[in-house]
Design a protein around this ligand. Structure first.
Ligand SMILES: Nc1ncnc2c1ncn2[C@@H]1O[C@H](COP(=O)(O)OP(=O)(O)OP(=O)(O)O)[C@@H](O)[C@H]1O
Length: 300
């Protein structure tokens, strides 16, 4: 089985506005799928459609390559924004409540779950006194209770400070690596997910703008090393004689750009200088992730 989630032409309208518009989304087994879009882009609506909390107007959903969603949703855990945590209960009591609701044996699950999300030491503290990050981790524990193979987290890092964000990122990685859980995680900040996501889907105004892998993103955002020299032709001649010819393009009479491979920059500069080329400047030009994200949004 290759795909955990596939949607085809998925559409959900509210009145005459399509919150999710003809969306094809593909999550592969083992992915950490970064589902990125600005506020109101349609992320929550899509997650609600997949988890069965809303019904689509058009299109299809497959979970674990099956359209028998009632069955397959049992293997899925969901945490939607505004987590379903009871403020007056402790972490343990919250998990107890949900265990009972799901017909699970609390004695075998709860302590392990609290340890997994790093809340084992919260004792008698009520959830209302938790930090937002702790509440989010408790909500993730609730979504994990039924031992899902696929977990959807809607904006789990929204509003968190850098420490809280790091904790969620580490938890997501742990769940993915140690428990082999495929994870879809939504966010409006591409950069926050770029450290962990293996695949991305970008949604804007309900429309899927693009879907790409981590490798493709790195390639697109890698930027270039721009070297300005006095003699471009001679520089190229020198470079072409190297044992590992770098990937370059000539921009004008003084400028060459190389695919930015940081470990090669020094070597290129040294080789050129050694062979009598005057280097006027050498810098990395190009996009960072947020620039790239903004560009994708603006092109739509
Ligand atoms: N029940 C509803 N009734 C009417 N409009 C809705 C409803 N739910 C969502 N919408 C609209 O659909 C669009 C997409 O909303 P959605 O919540 O899916 O976006 P989002 O990407 O999750 O953003 P956010 O991070 O702000 O939740 C928005 O314009 C929203 O106002």
């Amino acid at each position: 089985m290759e795909y955990v989630l596939q949607t085809k032409g998925l559409t959900k309208r509210f009145g005459n506005k399509a919150a999710v518009n003809n969306v094809n989304l593909n999550v592969k087994k083992g992915d950490i799928y970064g589902f990125i879009g600005k506020n109101g882009a349609g992320k929550t609506t899509l997650i609600r459609l997949v988890s069965g909390l809303a019904r689509p107007n058009e299109g299809s959903i497959k979970l674990f390559e099956s359209e028998n969603l009632d069955n397959e949703r049992r293997k899925t855990g969901t945490m939607i924004e505004n987590p379903a945590v009871f403020p007056g209960l402790t972490a343990k009591q919250n998990l107890h409540y949900y265990c009972r609701l799901l017909g699970l044996d609390p004695s075998t699950t709860i302590d392990e779950m609290l340890r997994l999300v790093g809340l084992e030491d919260t004792g008698r503290k009520k959830a209302k006194n938790f930090s937002l990050g702790m509440k989010q981790r408790l909500a993730i524990a609730i979504a994990l209770l039924d031992d899902p193979e696929f977990l959807m987290l809607d904006e789990p890092i929204n509003g968190l400070d850098p420490t809280g964000i790091k904790e969620i990122r580490e938890l997501v990685l742990k769940l993915n690596k140690e428990k082999s859980i495929t994870i879809l995680i939504s966010s409006h900040i591409l950069g926050e997910l770029s450290k962990i996501a293996t695949r991305y889907g970008i949604i804007n105004n309900g429309v899927m703008v693009d879907e790409f892998t981590k490798e493709e993103l790195l390639h697109r955002c890698v930027g270039e090393l721009e070297v300005k020299v006095d003699l471009v032709n001679k520089a190229i001649e020198i470079l072409s004689k190297l044992s590992q010819v770098p990937n370059y393009r000539v921009i004008d009479d003084n400028t060459i750009r190389f695919v930015n491979e940081p470990d090669k920059a020094g070597m290129i500069n040294t080789e050129l200088a050694k062979n009598g080329i005057t280097i006027m400047s050498s810098s990395v030009v190009g996009q960072d992730l947020e620039d790239y994200f903004m560009q994708l949004m603006e092109n739509k």
